[in-house]
Design a protein around this ligand. Structure first.
Ligand code: PGA
Length: 263
């Protein structure tokens, strides 16, 4: 068993996906989240808006604080070049991004594969960002095959990553069957998450050693809201949460932040 000796701030990540519709709406939502986040003591907020809003939101961000930071929902695997439509690590860094989500199931459904996810997480970590690697099975089978699936997602994405870069790795376990927009979705249980997070740490320990594995935050994502967040953090012992739908509602997301802060 690997226990952590020190309490680490809970990380609550807002994944806005392709919302909201306009800059003014994004600013209003961000301001409300920021007002709650700046009062946090034991939790941290990361807001991942569509890339087109990043520089505007960066202007709203007070300097020299880490209670609320900006993240990107994706990144390209080259630093620059002729890649129409893509966004490079240089560009994300120039607008103040500190975190990058890589391999979200919706990006995988749109074409990311094991190779591109590996390239993206490698350049993300090498460029100095905290990289949030999303893993998650489509469905669960009775034989536990899904554990092998998660293991292969981790291994294909992380083989070859240098240990010094693994220090900035965050893993988000987001079973696709639990994501709110999946048809007939249902949230996982804290026990589902806890079991999987121990397994994820075991795979990471085999790859990078137990010290790095035990310090890698493992987050839960999938239909998190203000009513169930607490049980994932408490009973599920999650290091944080990746929140989609509920992060577009400032009141609900604010509640999740306050709750994470109180633990
Ligand atoms: P959800 O999305 O919270 O709306 O289920 C989570 C995600 O896809 O990151």
């Amino acid at each position: 068993m690997m226990y952590r000796m020190t309490a680490v701030a809970k990380l609550v990540i807002a994944n806005w996906k392709m919302h909201p519709r306009s800059v003014p709406e994004a600013v209003v939502l961000f301001e409300k989240i920021k007002n709650v986040a700046l009062g946090l003591k034991g939790a941290k907020a990361v807001v991942c808006p569509p890339a087109v809003f990043l520089s505007e939101l960066a202007r709203e961000l007070p300097k020299k604080q880490e209670k609320i930071l900006l993240g990107a929902q994706d990144v390209f695997w080259e630093m620059e070049g002729a890649f129409t439509g893509e966004i490079s690590p240089f560009q994300l860094s120039s607008v103040g991004v500190k975190y990058v989500i890589v391999g979200h199931s919706e990006r995988r459904a749109l074409g990311d594969n094991e190779r591109t996810v590996a390239q993206k997480i490698a350049i993300t970590l090498k460029s100095g960002f905290s990289g949030i690697l999303c893993v998650g099975e489509k469905e669960r089978d009775l034989e536990g095959e899904y554990f092998h699936f998660i293991e292969s997602q981790l291994k294909s994405a992380l083989t070859g990553i240098e240990k010094k870069d693994v220090k900035r790795l965050i893993v988000a376990y987001e079973p696709i069957w639990a994501i709110s927009t999946t048809q007939s979705s249902r949230p996982a249980t804290p026990a589902d998450f806890l079991e999987m997070s121990l397994f994820i740490r075991k795979v990471l320990a085999d790859m990078f050693g137990s010290a790095l594995a035990k310090n890698t935050p493992v987050l839960y994502g999938g239909s998190v809201n203000d009513a169930n967040a607490e049980m994932f953090l408490r009973e599920g012992e999650a290091d944080g949460l990746l929140v989609g739908g509920a992060s577009l509602d400032a009141k609900k997301f604010g509640e999740i932040l306050r709750m994470a802060d109180s633990l």
